[in-house]
Design a protein around this ligand. Structure first.
Ligand code: UT7
Length: 333
């Protein structure tokens, strides 16, 4: 019997309308458009404004669009996983909130958190449910309201992050398409370089933690950069070698958008032309779990059935990995 695989059969994404440009950041912290552009590739990022709005609200927009374009009713969904580091609340899961808001009632749902790698980790987790044969329609949402944990007085981090969300539908197939292979890694010792100090069980929120600005992202840029640039490239090359793929066989690299220099280094190691690399960091910055679905959504028109995609990410924790995916349909659905 042919192997059951999980194929992405639809993608939708959403970014809030408000834009924060480098020029505006120049007025907020001691930085320049030139520094931000040359060190990161970012020109602007989208910010979710409005009281009471969180990651679930962006996820809802992505899921609603996904259901509509794939002709799926909420009742048909079996499972929804949300990949996020900025849940609406510590609990319950943002996945449950999204499901409730879009009327998904016959599914169970949960969140995953592996920092910037969560979306690809969640995609493979979801694929295992689909491959079991028991789950026919599984949604993975990747999204983050990074502005909610960004310190807009810290020039080293506030220029990097933005807000967005995307969602994919996974369905079973016996064709040679879908998620073909993956390699994932974690190294918890990297946590010292990138984390959020307070708000967890070690350091619950207090007046002191708020005064010390410990509820924001803490990042030591250089060590994170060094690990990211090596490991994301290594794992992308590893997934190619494991699957006997040359650079000519790869149609698209879909990289996490953390820094243009990391993306370019990964593409160089894979010996890929720049026109095979999805890059939109200049317009969105690092939206953490929104980056890869945002890219897939923007490039959906150009994708063809059977295209070989490598999805690669690196994130806090440290976490990193790559997926080899064969695209399942032609152009926009
Ligand atoms: O997505 C999850 C994983 N995260 C990543 O992959 C991020 C990895 N790291 C990076 O992308 C880069 O390290 C950053 C973009 C965060 C920083 O770039 P960098 O080239 O590594 O700069 P740096 O941290 O080494 O700082 C160089 C200089 C410093 O000044 P001095 O000490 O040389 O005088 C910083 O204070 O640049 C300064 N600097 C800035 N200057 C102007 C830091 N941020 C800024 C800024 N504007 N926004």
């Amino acid at each position: 019997m042919a192997k059951l695989r999980a194929a992405i059969t639809g993608i939708h994404a959403w970014a809030p309308a408000d834009i924060l440009t480098n020029k505006e950041l120049e007025k907020m912290v001691d930085t320049t458009d030139e520094w931000i552009t040359s060190r990161t590739g970012i020109k602007e990022r989208h910010i979710l404004k409005g009281k009471g709005l969180g990651t679930s609200d962006m996820g809802v927009e992505a899921v609603k669009g996904l259901l509509k374009k794939t002709g799926t009713t909420p009742d048909e969904v079996d499972l929804l996983i949300c990949a996020t580091v900025t849940p609406d609340m510590q609990f319950p899961a943002t996945a449950n909130i999204i499901s409730d808001k879009v009327g998904i009632k016959n599914a169970f749902s949960f969140d995953m958190n592996a920092a910037c790698s969560t979306f690809i980790f969640a995609l493979v987790t979801a694929s295992k449910y689909v491959e079991s044969g028991e789950y026919k329609k599984v949604i993975v949402v990747g999204g983050d309201k990074m502005s909610s944990i960004t310190d807009y007085t810290d020039r080293a981090t506030c220029v990097i992050f933005g807000d967005a969300a995307g969602a994919v539908l996974l369905e079973p197939t016996t064709d040679e398409i879908g998620i073909m292979d993956h390699r994932f890694y974690t190294d918890g010792s990297g946590r010292v370089h990138l984390h959020q100090k307070a708000g967890g069980s070690v350091k619950p929120a207090s007046h002191e933690t708020v005064d010390a600005r410990e509820h924001f992202i803490y990042q030591e840029g250089q060590p994170v950069f060094k690990f990211a640039v090596t490991n994301m490239a290594d794992v992308a090359v590893e997934i190619m070698e494991r699957n006997h793929l040359s650079s000519d066989d790869i149609d698209w690299l879909v990289p996490h958008q953390a820094n243009l220099r990391i993306i370019e280094a990964t593409a160089r190691r894979m010996k890929l032309d720049k026109n095979k690399v999805m890059i939109n960091i200049q317009r969105y910055g690092n939206t953490t779990n929104g980056t890869i679905p945002m890219c897939l959504y923007e490039w959906e028109n150009q994708l063809k059935k059977g295209d070989n995609l490598v999805l690669a990410a690196f994130g806090g924790g440290f976490t990193w990995g790559a997926i080899y995916l064969k695209w399942a349909y032609d152009g926009k659905r």
